[in-house]
Unconditional design. Structure first.
Length: 556
């Protein structure tokens, strides 16, 4: 439940810090004072997209901060979502939006997405507004409401149905892969066979393209290499080359050594140089001999092979490993289609089995829904009687559909007969807004015990309600607040009298700016506010007395 709500620079609210009661929190105020700003602020921090002028004029940003204490059950669910409520089971949600419309949110200081906040808020809060009135009138939403009432029994069957539908989808894909048209299947097999033959004929090897590219580079430069080798050999061993000159020099140094023993080392150096040059000339000659081949023919062969590999890679993969993988997968596809006739027969039998199991799960879900619908119908009818609709009869119609979804094969619709003698009609046919409000409250009251939602927010729950019916709605809200935290915006004194905490919203202007402020009223102020709701702007002793009596009755 919400322990506190802090709002800063939201529309007309400059600063509001609200400490909420764990029971029934009433919000009232003059029309146009800004009560909707509170709901907009709460909706914003729970992930809703704010209105365009959400940030107060002249401010850089708006912020809303909410301290929420959660039950152990919901704390466990939050922990699975990555949010640790800690030993005190408290989470702090803070969301900020700047004047350019950029929003960010943190939970316990950890940045989270708006989608994650919505998921968490759906677990903890139920915000009822005029929009939810419309949901109640939409039969497509009714199955979800009923399923909340029988969620514990339905859960294992929904899980089983989801698994079966996943298998059916996979089977449908497999059947689609085979194809139902024999001619189409034969055409695909022909294509696969051609692709396999093309790759197998080329017989590419992993790394072959890299080796050939290196060889091509060598061949393209082989002629130039031969020319350089020839020039080097000529300069070394040709007439007047280095070898000839060195031998003549070595002869002269040898004669010098005969004259001077000290020149012997010079002769050895000269002889070594002659030997080294001769060896180099021999190695170059050997290298040059290796270049004597039909380079052009080999280059043409290499280029042709590279072109073949390029075409394979262009058609079947970025590299040879991908081409080889494609080959293996295509072989499997061809083998699969080659046995398609038998496989289709097997798939057909498996599909029939899956459909029987799906229909069995749907039948179990239908039985649970019908049984629970009968119980829920009776309890809502009783609750409506407590809300001043003693003659009303509420019924939930559960009908089998021809098709199925993850929700089963049922269509659910709420029916009501508001008066004695009236026939049951779809809830959407109800004309009275007061009756719709009471049906909504009756359903929520009945579902409250089965709902893990901790905080309910009601806006316009009292639409079209007055007199004795208003007192009944007030008593039902009070009873509901004993099991859940409630925030309720109301104009009815009977509902306001039930408050465990009452907040008033007031708008004021000082000539330069308009500001809305929110504060929690004292007991004396609560009585005066109830008197205003009874008698309008003028508060008299009579309205004060009536307000005090209402307040006293609520506390008794």
């Amino acid at each position: 439940m919400i322990e506190s709500l802090s709002i800063k620079n939201v529309v007309l609210i400059e600063q509001a810090d609200i400490e909420l009661s764990p029971a029934l929190n009433i919000i009232s105020g003059e029309t146009g004072a800004g009560k909707s700003m509170l709901l907009d602020s709460l909706g914003f921090i729970l992930g809703a997209k704010p209105q365009k002028d959400f940030v107060r004029a002249g401010c850089d940003e708006a912020s809303v901060e909410c301290a929420v204490r959660v039950t152990d059950e919901n704390a466990g669910v939050l922990l699975e979502m990555g949010i640790d409520a800690g030993e005190d089971s408290l989470i702090l949600i803070r969301r900020v939006m700047d004047k350019n419309g950029k929003a960010s949110c943190k939970i316990n200081g950890k940045t989270v997405t708006a989608g994650m906040v919505k998921e968490i808020s759906a677990l903890l809060f139920d915000i009822h507004s005029q929009h939810e009135h419309q949901n109640l009138l939409n039969p497509a939403k009714h199955i979800g409401i009923l399923d909340k009432f029988c969620e514990e029994e339905l859960a294992p069957h929904k899980s089983a149905l989801s698994a079966l539908l996943a298998k059916l989808r996979a089977l449908t894909d497999a059947i689609g892969e085979i194809g139902g048209d024999p001619a189409e299947r034969a055409q695909r097999m022909e294509i696969y066979a051609f692709q396999i033959e093309e790759i197998e004929t080329a017989a590419p090897e992993d790394g072959e393209d890299e080796r050939l590219s290196s060889r091509r580079k060598f061949l393209e430069n082989a002629r130039r290499a031969a020319e350089k080798a020839d020039a080097a050999i000529e300069n070394l061993s040709g007439e007047g080359g280095a070898a000839s000159l060195l031998r003549r020099a070595a002869g002269a140094v040898s004669a010098l050594a005969d004259i001077d023993d000290g020149a012997q080392s010079l002769f050895e150096t000269a002889a070594a140089a002659v030997e080294a040059v001769s060896a180099l000339a021999g190695e170059l000659a050997e290298y040059r001999g290796a270049l004597d081949f039909d380079g052009d023919a080999e280059l043409d062969s290499v280029l042709e092979r590279l072109d073949t590999l390029y075409k394979l890679k262009r058609k079947y993969g970025r590299g040879i490993p991908e081409v080889l993988k494609f080959l293996e997968e295509t072989r499997e596809k061809l083998d699969f289609l080659s046995q398609s006739g038998e496989k289709l027969r097997q798939f057909g039998k498996y599909r029939e089995k899956l459909l029987r199991e799906i229909n069995a799960e749907c039948a179990k879900m239908s039985e649970i829904r019908r049984r629970k619908a009968e119980a829920l119908s009776g309890r809502v009818t009783e609750s409506l009687a407590e809300l001043g609709m003693a003659s009303a009869k509420f019924e939930i119609a559960v009908e089998k559909r021809d098709n199925f979804t993850h929700a089963g094969a049922d269509s659910v619709e709420f029916l009501i007969a508001a008066n004695i003698g009236d026939s049951l009609k779809p809830l959407a046919k109800i004309a009275s807004g007061g009756e719709i409000s009471r049906v909504m409250l009756a359903i929520k009251a009945v579902l409250a015990d089965a709902d893990t939602v901790e905080t309910f927010v009601f806006d316009e729950i009292d639409v079209g309600v007055s007199g004795r019916a208003a007192q009944k709605v007030a008593e039902q809200l009070s009873a509901l607040s004993k099991r859940h935290q409630l925030l309720c915006i109301t104009h009815l004194p009977q509902i306001a009298a039930q408050a465990s905490a009452h907040f008033v919203v007031e708008k004021s202007a000082d000539g330069e700016k308009t500001t809305t402020r929110v504060w929690r009223m004292s007991e004396k102020e609560i009585v005066e506010e109830i008197a205003r709701l009874i008698g309008g702007a003028k508060i008299t002793e009579a309205t004060i007395k009536a307000a005090a009596e209402l307040r006293q009755m609520a506390g008794s």
